[in-house]
Design a protein around this ligand. Structure first.
Ligand code: HEC
Length: 243
């Protein structure tokens, strides 16, 4: 029996670990995998790639919980439940045994010269809060907000007049309210993109921790206003060619 018990418990432990990894996979995708951080599936973004790393589980826990001071890696302990942090650690630990997958090549699209300039502006790295911070277009960018290549917006006036009717106001119990775009909600988790800064941050709460009310003081013109009318015109040429 002394030998049998660990054998019997092994599949149970494995299933539990798998559930943690599944939770972590999802949390990683939303918290850590933006192009300005670690990239989808732990490939490199601007921060180090995590596939094939050799970090111990204890070190990972430390890094995820407390961050790395001075290196731009934020600690997540204020933002996430302890069990969610365990999930992220389990997921990143599971990446240590993966070899890096070859990067998927985006399918080439032939854009006019003007659309190429528009594409450049849309994703301009030097412009903090560029369109690509919140939108995916031409297979690149961050999918926070809806597809921007919509026929509903055909000129600069319409772009500047965009209503942010789906943006809500979130009020966590112990913090001030902030405008946010709903990401996901289920019985035990509310996920919202905090739009109070130029680079939106995904925040997670349990339903009891936050009150969400429709409407907000956020306006889309805050994002479009980072560009001149002429630049927005060029961006619209790019978006038109994607439709
Ligand atoms: C900080 C995040 C953010 C940035 C930056 C941003 N947008 Fe948006 N955008 C949103 C959100 C959020 C919505 C949805 C608003 C709503 O429905 O309440 C949206 C909606 C849109 C829509 C309407 C899509 C639809 O189907 O309704 C277009 C078009 C659009 N954005 C274009 C742009 C362009 C062009 C830029 C750059 C000049 C840009 N956005 C920059 C957050 C952003």
């Amino acid at each position: 029996m002394r030998l049998l018990l660990p054998l019997l418990l092994a599949p149970f432990a494995w299933a539990q670990e798998q559930a943690l990894i599944d939770l972590g996979t999802e949390l990683f995708r939303t918290n850590c995998a933006t192009p300005y951080c670690h990239g989808q599936n732990g490939e490199a973004g601007r921060a180090p790639k995590l596939i094939g790393h050799s970090l111990t589980r204890a070190r990972l826990l430390e890094v995820v919980r407390d961050g790395i001071p001075g290196k731009g890696m934020p600690g997540l302990k204020e933002q996430l439940e302890p069990s969610w942090i365990d999930g992220i650690v389990a997921y990143v630990a599971s990446l240590s045994s993966h070899a890096a997958a070859p990067a998927a090549k985006p399918k080439p699209r032939v854009l006019s010269a003007a659309a190429k300039s528009g594409r450049g502006l849309f994703f301009e790295a030097a412009r903090t809060g560029a369109c690509g911070t919140c939108h995916v277009a031409d297979g690149w960018g961050i999918a926070i907000a809806p597809n921007p290549a919509t026929p509903a917006v055909t000129n600069v006036a319409e772009l500047l007049a965009l209503q942010a009717s789906h943006v809500v106001t979130a009020k966590p119990a112990a913090e001030s309210a902030f405008p946010s775009y709903p990401a996901k909600q289920n019985a035990d988790r509310v996920e919202l993109y905090d739009l109070s800064t130029k680079l939106p941050v995904l925040r997670m709460f349990t339903p009891a921790q936050v009150t969400v009310t429709p409407g907000s003081n956020w306006s889309h013109a805050r994002a479009s206003g980072l560009y001149s009318a002429k630049e927005l015109e060029t961006i619209l040429v790019f978006l038109r060619e994607l439709r």
